[in-house]
Design a protein around this ligand. Sequence first.
Ligand SMILES: *Cc1c(COP(=O)(O)O)cnc(C)c1O
Length: 351
Amino acid sequence: MRWRGVIEQYREYLSVTDKTPVITLNEGGTPFISCNNLAKAINPEISLYLKFEGANPTGSFKDRGMTMAISKAVEEGARAVICASTGNTSASAAAYGARAGLKVFVLIPEGKIAVGKLAQAMIHQACVIQIEGNFDEALSIVKSIASEYPVTIVNSINPYRLEGQKTAAFEVCDHLAGYPDYHFLPVGNAGNITAYWMGYKEYYKNGRTSGLPRMMGFQAAGSAPIVYGHVIENPRTIATAIRIGNPAGWKTAVEAATESNGQIDMVTDEEILKAYGMLASLEGVFCEAASAASVAGVIKKNKEGLFSGGERVVCTLTGHGLKDTEMAINLSKRPVTVKGDKVEVLKVLGY
Ligand SMILES: *Cc1c(COP(=O)(O)O)cnc(C)c1O
């Protein structure tokens, strides 16, 4: 049957009724990719899989949560929504908001979001406000406005966001016909790790799986408040999607890691970029730098001796590489320029 978006596919697990207007772009149903080349390079004894969330309609996993948040906002009579964003939330809110006919306000940290994401918010005609400050400051302003004015917040503190996002865990289990041993993912505002853990627990409770994965969340080393145990005032990392110093989902992320016997750890920008390059060159998968924190985490934990062999390891790749082409170009070999002449081209080819 045709894929109908996460609300229709997983309706019985979500707080929707016949009266909920379903605002969808047919998100979800993203590629689940087995990665032999990458596994061979890291540890040939493990089975490595990617959940490529960059294949969602606006290019990130945020669409899973946004279809729920926007549908419920419309059901509840909202005329406007607002969010703070490192980019992808604003892109998704702008798209789903446009489809629903809502006014969309987005606050972003000036100069710190990838240009593709900014382009998305702009073309969908969201009202984009750049603030001279970071994501954490933007979120605090948004929370305050949403509590005083008739505008619905669609950040991951909106419970419908996490409900939608938990469907990714359902899909992983459906693909595997079971549960993975480990689930690795990047951690920014810490909503997604919370959502995945909810999803895994729900499938387990409903007898759809016979066990639970260990949740392995990875922050960027310059933006790792959970790892250090304190707020980071000036978070730094090239992975702008996870450049967050005071995550809203801090407590629930720690619970996910603790309850699942997993962990929240960090990887350096260098490790992130190495994984980002390996995904593209070994597997043909182009993800965002932030997304590669999951694979960088696998590489780090493998070196520490975490795996004994035979484990099924899933990495979420949260967003698409095309969001930030500058990053890819800066890290790659320049194209060669020659005269428009076959002989000149052959010289470069080495024939
Ligand atoms: C939002 C986002 C993250 C972080 O997810 P959280 O739920 O905030 O932890 C990671 N990667 C990408 C590409 C994102 O858009």
